[in-house]
Design a protein around this ligand. Structure first.
Ligand SMILES: *[C@@H]1O[C@H](CO)[C@@H](O)[C@H](O)[C@H]1NC(C)=O
Ligand SMILES: *[C@@H]1O[C@H](CO)[C@@H](O)[C@H](O)[C@H]1NC(C)=O
Length: 352
């Protein structure tokens, strides 16, 4: 009785081991079968430049589905689709399920798919159509499209009216029922065609040293009567942008109450300016009104587009030095700040 129990337990254990190891095998197979991009023997050299990704969205230009794939599976001649319109032109697919020997990229090992341009008779002499071409094969099992592209621009012209990939997908992968490209004896493929018109304009950021009217002077009167808050200058235009100065006469924030700081703020833009970040390099000065012993701080920043981005002239003077009349910075209860924008950027739209 005991022996029988033990033996039953042993048998279940063996059964469990077998079950789990075959499950492991199954998982391994599924993982290996997920896509050709994980095949170690995939040749980089012969496929240089080709990118293959899986995506969920259907291709935008055209989809063709062939049912009863087994009927045509062995054929070497091309399948040609109907003519379809995309991106303002007429096109037609050419599919070689057993490869195109005339394509050096293809051969019998690969499925080949091309898109030809059609109805070009009325085009002017020397016509060219530049295309960004993506080709697709539906993977029904993964509910995704294998998306093949090589990033180059395909130039359709009278001497070359079709483009595509002779090595779209290896036939071994494509025909393997576990891979999921042929399911329910059905093959579905597609294309995304977009016209590449080279940009005619570009945005150009240039830096100007010592731009016109780059010195702004701000005299503050009745200094001793001012409150513990920020005061701002009028705005002034340098380059593409308005600027203003600001300071708190009682010192800036808790950490530096004993010093005065001055800020340059990037504000709005002049009419018709191209709105981008603005570079600002600035000399911020507190003028000495008795000598040339001005205090100067240099600061610089990429000023954000939003109004009020501040460039800081940190602790330009200690309050006790400012108050000391023999130093010459506070005279007749007035102080003078000066901002010299030594370099700013301007942005223009110019031809590319
Ligand atoms: C990997 O690719 C090579 C050549 O393309 C092919 O011969 C081989 O069968 C593939 N292996 C798997 C596991 O798909
Ligand atoms: C004011 O400045 C002068 C010259 O720098 C210095 O000799 C003097 O001690 C200062 N006075 C005070 C009250 O700090």
């Amino acid at each position: 009785m005991d022996y029988q129990k033990w033996s039953l337990g042993f048998i279940s254990l063996v059964f469990l081991l077998i079950t789990s190891s075959s499950a492991e095998l199954l998982i391994k197979q599924v993982t290996e079968g997920r896509g050709i991009e994980y095949n170690n023997s995939y040749s980089l050299k012969t496929n240089l430049g080709l990118t293959r990704v899986l995506r969920e969205e259907r291709p935008s230009s055209k989809i063709v589905t062939i049912t009863s794939f087994s009927v045509i599976k062995g054929r070497s001649e091309a399948f040609e689709s109907s003519t379809f319109e995309a991106a303002g032109y007429k096109w037609r697919f050419m599919l070689f399920v057993n490869g195109n020997q005339n394509d050096p990229d293809g051969g019998h090992e690969n499925m080949a798919l091309y898109v030809g341009i059609k109805e070009t008779e009325s085009f002017p002499r020397g016509w060219e159509v530049n295309v960004d071409l993506k080709l697709f094969v539906h993977n029904e099992k993964l509910h995704k499209y294998l998306t093949v592209s090589d990033g180059t621009v395909k130039r359709y012209e009278a001497a070359k009216t079709y483009w595509g990939f002779g090595n779209l997908i290896p036939r071994t992968t494509f025909l393997d029922p576990n891979e999921g490209y042929i399911l329910h004896d059905t093959l579905s493929f597609g294309a995304e065609i977009s016209i590449v018109n080279p940009a005619e304009k570009q945005e150009k950021i240039t830096f100007i040293s010592n731009p016109p009217d780059n010195v702004f002077t701000w005299k503050i009167l009745r200094f001793s009567t001012l409150d513990n808050k920020f005061y701002y200058s009028d705005e002034f235009l340098v380059g593409d942008r308005y600027w203003r100065l600001g300071f708190n006469p009682k010192g800036y924030q808790g950490e530096r109450p004993r010093a005065l700081s001055i800020f340059l703020y990037a504000q709005g833009y002049k009419a018709n300016a191209v709105i981008t970040n603005t570079w600002g390099s600035v000399n911020l000065q507190l003028k000495n009104q008795r000598s040339s012993n001005h205090i100067q701080l240099y600061s610089e920043a990429w000023c954000a587009i939003r109004s009020g981005y501040g460039i800081e002239g940190n602790s330009i003077i200690l309050l006790e030095d400012l108050q000391n009349s023999s130093k010459g910075y506070l005279v007749n209860d007035a102080i003078i700040f000066e901002a010299e924008l030594v370099k700013v950027s301007v942005t223009n739209i110019v031809s590319a």
